[in-house]
Structure formats: C-alpha cells, structure tokens
Design a protein around this ligand. Structure first.
Ligand SMILES: Cc1cc2nc3c(=O)[nH]c(=O)nc-3n(C[C@H](O)[C@H](O)[C@H](O)COP(=O)(O)OP(=O)(O)OC[C@H]3O[C@@H](n4cnc5c(N)ncnc54)[C@H](O)[C@@H]3O)c2cc1C
Length: 377
C-alpha cells in the first residue's frame, strides 16, 4: 500500500521548500518531491544571493505580499537560527529621470538621491548626470541555497518528508485525491501543490498557457582597484536601469569571492531539460558591458559565471491559484524572474489554498483566470 499524505508538493526549490515548511508547521502530513538534490543549481534558486526590497512595491499589487514575506523571512531566520539567510544591506535603485512610478509619491519608505548626492555617497558608480536613485534602507541580500536548506531542514524536524532525486513523471486528480507517478514509485495524497518553477509549463501543458523557461547568467569578478568600495560596508544591493540595460548586483560577501553582477533581461527561451548551461563568451560580454559602463573599478579578473533559469508567463505576472479543473490541485508558479523575495508569502498563499480553499493574502492579481482562453472554466 502506498503511503498517503495530506499534501504532496512537487518541486522543492525556491517556493516548494517554504511550502513544505508551512505545511509541516500546520501539522499536516506533507511530502515534497524533488527531481534533483536539495538544494541544487539546475533551476532558478541558486547563485548565493538574491535581492529583496520593500519601497518599489508600496502602492502596487505586491505590497501585501512583500510585507508578509518580510515577516516570514524573519520567522525562518529565527526558527532555523540562520541569520545569514537575510542580511540587511539597503537597496539602491538607480534610474534615469523622471522618477519611476513606484517613487512618484513619498511613501516614507525611501530616500531620493540626486546625481550629486549619489556621487558623494557612492563614488564607485559611474553614472550619467540625469541619473537619480531611491535608497531603501529595508533592502537586503537573501541567500537562496541556505534558505531552501533551512526551510527543508526545519520542515523535516517537524515531521515533513522530502524525497530528493525523485522526478514526477505525471499526476492525476479526482474527487477522492491525487496520485503522483515518479521515478521512485507512486504516491498519493488529498491535495497537490505544483511548485515546479521553470518546469511548470511541462506539468501543465494541457492548460494552453504559454509558460517559458529562459537561460540567464551572472558572474563574479575581482575589482581591479578600490576593493573595499565593493564590500558590504560601502555598497548595498543595487540596480541600475539605464543604457545599455538593467544591471543588478550585490556587495562582496565572504561566502563567495568577488563582486557579483548580472543583467536583468528576458533571456533566451530554452527547454529546461536540454540547453547548454556552460558559460560562454556572450555571458562574459554581458557582464563586462555593465562593469565598463557603470563601475569600471570593479572590471577586473573573472572569478566565475553561472547560468540559471528565469521563467515567464504571457504577462510576466506569476500564477498562484487553484487549478481551473481540480480544486484539490494548487498551481504556484512560474514566479517570473523576480520571485525569490516573495517565496515565503507565495508559499503561504498556496498552502492556504490547498488546506482551506482560500487565503487572506491579496493574490487576486495572481489568479489564473486572466490567462485562460475564453470559454475555459
Ligand atoms: C539569475 C537570476 C537572478 C534572480 N535574481 C532575483 C533577485 O535578486 N530577487 C528575487 O526576488 N528574485 C530573483 N530571481 C528570481 C527567483 O530566484 C526565482 O523566481 C525563484 O527562486 C524561483 O523559485 P521556484 O521555486 O519557482 O523555481 P525553482 O527554484 O527552480 O524550483 C522548482 C523546483 O521544481 C523542481 N521540479 C521541476 N519539475 C519537477 C518534477 N517533474 N519532479 C520533481 N521536481 C521537479 C525543480 O528541480 C526545482 O527544484 C532571480 C532568478 C535568476 C535565475
């Protein structure tokens, strides 16, 4: 007889790991199924750092989600006793004038810096005179591998079960529950939560919604001078939106040598099971362009480049909702390339939907109906 669980979570990555944690905290019998090891570097949640911030989301549909996510990040830090999961660095959001919509009104969450002020406080950046910035003191660096590890570890200490190296090959839902076919046997449960990230489109092909996986890269370099200017006491997490693109980066930390920088763009659409993950000359050219333009002092020896996957929906807004045909199946993804900061809150909403059928979190804008062809339920 196969063991029966209350909830099976498919995919124990960025959002699946906190989903398993929430379910275990509720005292439910949860099984997380992950095709790779936990954690791994094949999806969208590796590379040692992710940014989070509050100010850009105030007044947007994401406001309630980001505020709840901050509370939950603090809870996992406390429960796992891992303060390095979330390190407050501040966040510097550099734009060309005029102010981006998010900063058009003073929400009390950010400080506006003009070009002269920016030059004075952050001389390591080389910026056009028309640039200005919003400084968000709540900005922080999140560590994705440590976060996934900590969510899984604390969930398992509470009785949750996670099976790695277990690929889900198919699933079936009926009024009586769900059945999942894997490379290591069949499992059944009352409910299913799909947290498959860039693979979501493969598990939900019959919905007719275009969900893509996109190859991205980022790299680490050693500054050629003024190394201290790129450390955490001089540099926050940052993003620059100007020609030649949207670049982002992090202060140098001690767990990986070097200064990390990446280009935020749509990426090349790929099959997540069959693409070349090896860094190439174009990956280096992308980061060198950003370094040459915006921080020439950091444009030193290359320490490494890694590839990673973004995922997208047609409107680039995530999906968190019940499956349109099965009210015991919850879809939690794709998260659309900027999701890590929200994962504990997205996971909470998904678990609420699975356990209770509803959530108090403001997720109406994430519902799937907006993407379904007219005529579908
Ligand atoms: C380069 C890069 C930079 C980013 N920067 C930021 C940032 O600064 N701030 C931010 O907030 N967000 C950022 N993001 C986005 C964020 O990291 C992702 O949105 C988020 O981590 C994705 O989490 P996920 O759980 O949806 O996907 P994943 O972490 O990829 O998890 C999906 C999991 O499902 C598993 N899986 C899939 N199919 C199956 C199956 N059939 N059977 C079993 N398991 C399966 C996969 O193996 C994987 O572990 C960035 C992303 C990238 C790639």
């Amino acid at each position: 007889m196969p063991t029966t669980y209350d909830v099976i979570v498919v995919g124990v990555g960025g959002v699946g790991a906190p989903a398993v944690w929430h379910l275990a905290r509720r005292g439910l019998r949860v099984l997380g199924l992950e095709r790779f090891a936990v954690p791994h570097a094949m999806g969208g949640s590796h590379g040692n750092s992710r940014q989070t911030k509050i100010a850009p989301y105030i007044g947007s549909p994401y406001e309630g989600i980001i505020l709840r996510a901050y509370e939950l990040w603090r809870e996992i830090v406390a429960e796992s006793a891992q303060p390095e999961i979330m390190v407050t660095t501040g966040f510097l959001d550099i734009h060309r004038a005029p102010p981006a919509a998010a900063y058009a009104t003073d929400t009390g969450r950010f400080e506006r810096l003009d070009h002269a002020e920016l030059r004075c406080r952050y001389p390591q950046f080389q910026l056009a005179e028309y640039c200005w910035a919003a400084w968000d003191p709540a900005g922080a660096l999140l560590r994705p591998e440590l976060a996934v590890t900590s969510f899984v570890r604390t969930a398992m200490l509470r009785g949750g079960v996670v099976e790695g190296s277990t690929e889900v090959k198919g699933w079936r839902a009926s009024a009586g529950g769900v059945e999942v076919e894997t490379t290591r046997g069949r499992f059944s449960a009352g409910k299913l939560v799909l947290c498959a990230g860039p693979w979501t489109g493969k598990l939900l092909a019959d919905l007719g919604i275009r969900m893509t996986a996109n190859r991205m890269s980022f790299g680490w370099v050693w500054p050629r001078r003024n190394v201290a200017a790129f450390g955490p006491s001089s540099m926050p997490c940052w993003c620059i939106d100007d020609e030649p693109g949207i670049y982002y980066g992090f202060p140098m930390m001690t767990d990986v040598p070097g200064f990390k920088i990446g280009l935020h763009w749509y990426g090349d659409e790929v099959d997540p099971d069959a693409f070349d993950r090896r860094p190439d000359a174009r990956d280096e050219a992308l980061i060198r362009t950003g370094l040459r333009t915006f921080m020439p002092d950091a444009n030193g020896p290359l320490l490494g480049i890694r590839t990673c996957l973004y995922d997208h929906t047609p409107d680039d807004v995530p999906i968190i909702d019940l499956h349109p045909e099965h009210d015991n199946v919850v879809i939690c993804g794709p998260l659309c390339g900027a999701g890590f900061k929200f994962v504990p809150a997205y996971a909470e909403a998904a678990v609420d939907l699975a356990a209770d059928g509803h959530t108090r979190l403001p997720i109406d804008f994430l519902r799937i109906g907006r993407l379904l062809a007219a005529g579908r339920p």
